[in-house]
Design a protein around this ligand. Structure first.
Ligand SMILES: Cc1cc2nc3c(=O)[nH]c(=O)nc-3n(C[C@H](O)[C@H](O)[C@H](O)COP(=O)(O)OP(=O)(O)OC[C@H]3O[C@@H](n4cnc5c(N)ncnc54)[C@H](O)[C@@H]3O)c2cc1C
Length: 445
């Protein structure tokens, strides 16, 4: 009697959109068993991080427990561990605590990290917005500067209520809109003794448009919506240095601030340099149209961790919809290979780009032909696409729907100042508070 072969082992690194998309499609398939490894025991829904940072949503609303997600899938084993090295030839991954997992297939989907482009002080003193941890730290810092300024209004002269957002791409623009709304609608009501109107949100970008990847009409619309909410837009200048109490811009001006939010760019997660595969733009792994790397059959690299070729000769954008579709496609591809069925290259069904700038102020460029929508219709489209993305990673999307409903009624979620590490500000570091700006420096206040 010949033994029936056991299920093939698929090792997935990363429980983001790509990893979850793959694992969910493989769940309950008898041909495979899956080990899903993530350094967090939850999936974080990045598109809603700025709602957490501005207290519109609670952290729990945008995080989904990985174990809960797969509790009815006996062939999926979730491991909480940080992968530190990968051997793509042996198809093994090794974790920081020394465990080694070997698969018949490896799926590498470890996502991105902020790219500070070696800007002095940016990594030390700015607040990125890439993870749930980042969003919670940022929320605490925003609340702390308001609390400190409320107690000691003189701190406003030290830049307490100046907020500098670096990068006018989707992350920076959405964050600027949400922060301006938080200040205008909530802080004015909650801090009645404080001159909240002194608060300023600066959006700085070395490019010449807000929401660069969008159309020209969208650039103007986004800029006008931000200006309506009081955001000061500084285009064509870059941030040269971030310090504990100010930023220095390339035109020689300084802005006193205790909160710089970094939306300046992304690069592949640190693991990319430890996987022994060729790295391309942004440190991402360059893959073929079937999401594998030449010479390493059975090793798939996807999502933000990869440069995935697109039919126009460029690479696919770093988007949740690209990652989710790539994850699902990889699962199908593995199942086809096991069953000896032929397959076709990964083909991304382009959903377009969208960004939400504030109440009823959204932009959507739909599909490959970029049909453009603005305002409430675009907001409704944004909701639909995000509900689709969220349903790809969690079963219950009621918190999201509830938030969307509340958003129209302008109510706010939790405002607890719970991250003391991020909230601690040493106001004494500020120098020359009462002095004029130095020669050659223009002070913006
Ligand atoms: C603020 C913000 C807003 C966004 N808004 C949108 C939007 O509106 N629409 C949209 O389509 N896209 C949006 N994106 C982009 C989208 O979130 C990403 O493209 C998507 O999350 C990429 O999915 P991924 O699975 O490749 O990576 P991720 O979702 O980043 O997941 C990577 C996973 O790998 C884990 N990991 C990393 N390193 C290791 C390691 N060494 N060991 C173990 N685990 C590891 C991480 O913990 C994480 O869970 C936004 C991104 C940000 C930051």
């Amino acid at each position: 009697m010949v033994d029936k072969p056991g299920p093939k082992h698929v090792v997935i690194v990363g429980g983001g959109f790509a990893g979850i998309g793959c694992a969910r499609k493989l769940a309950s398939q008898k041909e495979v068993r899956v080990t899903l490894i993530d350094k967090n025991n939850y999936h974080q829904f990045q598109p809603l991080l700025y709602q957490v940072a501005t207290s519109l949503l609670a952290p729990d609303d945008v995080a989904a427990s990985l174990r809960k997600l797969f509790r009815h899938s006996p062939n999926v084993d979730v491991k909480l561990a940080e992968v530190t090295t990968v051997d793509p030839t042996a198809k093994t991954v090794t974790t920081s605590s020394g465990e080694v997992y070997q698969g018949d297939y490896l799926v590498l989907a470890a996502g991105s990290q902020p790219n500070f482009f070696r800007t002095p002080g940016a990594e030390e003193y700015s607040f990125p917005l890439y993870s749930l941890d980042d969003a919670e730290r940022l929320r605490s810092r925003i609340l702390k500067v308001f609390e400190d300024a409320d107690r000691e209004p003189k701190l406003i002269d030290q830049g307490a209520l100046n907020f500098v957002i670096v990068g006018a791409g989707p992350t920076g623009t959405e964050m600027a809109g949400a922060l301006a709304e938080m200040i205008n609608n909530t802080m004015t009501v909650e801090y009645q003794d404080l001159a909240v109107t002194a608060a300023k949100v600066y959006l700085v970008d070395h490019g010449h448009a807000v929401l660069g990847p969008f159309s020209e009409k969208a650039h103007e619309y986004a800029a006008s919506m931000l200006k309506r909410d009081g955001v000061q837009i500084r285009l064509g200048v870059s941030v040269q240095e971030v310090t504990p109490d100010h930023v220095l811009l390339s035109d020689g001006t300084t802005i006193k601030t205790r909160l710089v939010i970094w939306g300046g760019g992304l690069m592949a997660a640190p693991l990319a340099s430890k996987v022994g595969l060729p790295q391309g733009r942004g440190g991402r792994i360059s893959v073929r149209p079937d999401l594998t790397v030449e010479g390493f059959p059975g090793v798939f690299v996807l999502g933000d961790f990869a440069n995935i070729p697109s039919p126009d000769g460029r690479t696919q954008p770093q988007l949740g919809s690209v990652a989710l579709q790539a994850g699902r496609w990889t699962a199908q591809r593995i199942l086809y290979e096991i069953k000896n069925v032929s397959y076709w290259p990964f083909n991304y069904h382009d959903k377009g780009f969208m960004a939400m700038i504030g109440h009823g102020a959204a932009i959507a460029e739909i599909g490959e032909h970029r049909h453009e929508l603005h305002g409430p219709v675009a907001f409704a489209t944004w909701l639909g696409v995000h509900a689709y993305l969220m349903s790809g990673v969690r079963n219950r999307i009621d918190a999201f729907i509830e938030w969307a409903w509340d958003y129209f009624s302008a109510s706010r979620g939790p405002q607890e100042l719970d991250r003391t590490d991020a909230a601690r500000i040493d106001w004494s570091e500020d120098e020359d508070i009462d002095e004029e700006p130095e020669a050659g420096e223009e002070e913006i206040s």
